[in-house]
Design a protein. Structure first.
Length: 217
């Protein structure tokens, strides 16, 4: 906290030091914002003697303004992370089948690598839906888009799909370690989709008779 007996030069230096802390992004836009904020604080401090309550009031205002900037910066950074998540594809560069992703998921789970297990199991879900023609392959499809697209075709599993996508995003972009419970939830989703596919195939109507996944609710 800035001391009550601060002079104008010390006040200016204090504002510059506060805004130079690592919590503030270094992009040029933020440089302009922090520069403007620093100048604002300096002007307020220069006129501090005319403010009711003097430097005590100024100190309180500085603390409140600093808190407001910190909160705004953190919200902006969280929003940027969320936007980046929506732009990252579900699959990497390697081409693997649903069975291969499923096997990799089980292997990772056996080793306690829950983040990797979750990623591979949701990729198995996505690949399975493509292999069974439930969804058309879309280059660059994200986990969130998978949940949206598949949920529209299989609304009965829309909630599971959405939660699985959120878990995938958390372990992939939110740097969360994942857990056995979260992996089991994604694996259950995969099992449910496979069971529905087997049931649909067994009950498939003769050629020319309408039917298919669109009727599953």
């Amino acid at each position: 906290m800035i001391p009550v007996d601060i002079d104008r030069d010390a006040a200016h230096d204090a504002a510059q030091n506060e805004l130079g802390k690592p919590i503030y992004p270094s992009e040029s836009l933020w440089d302009r914002i922090t520069g403007w904020f620093s100048e604002l604080l300096y002007r307020i401090m220069v006129e501090g003697s005319q403010v009711p309550g003097g430097w005590f009031t100024i100190t309180v205002l500085i603390v409140l303004l600093t808190i407001a900037v910190v909160v705004a910066v953190r919200v902006a950074m969280r929003t940027m992370r969320t936007n980046r998540r929506a732009d990252v594809a579900l699959f990497g560069t390697s081409e693997m089948s649903a069975a291969q992703h499923r096997g990799a998921a089980e292997q990772a789970a056996a080793q306690g690598d829950w983040a990797s297990a979750i990623r591979h199991r949701l990729r198995a879900v996505a690949r399975h839906l493509e292999e069974t023609a439930v969804l058309h392959p879309v280059p660059g499809r994200t986990a969130t888009e998978l949940a949206r697209d598949a949920g529209a075709v299989v609304p009965g599993l829309a909630g599971e799909l959405r939660r699985a996508a959120e878990t995938f995003n958390d372990v992939t972009y939110g740097e969360q370690p994942g857990s056995a419970v979260e992996y089991r939830a994604v694996a259950d989703l995969d099992d449910h989709l496979r069971a529905r596919a087997r049931s649909e195939h067994a009950d498939a109507p003769p050629a020319g008779v309408p039917g298919g996944w669109a009727e599953i609710r």
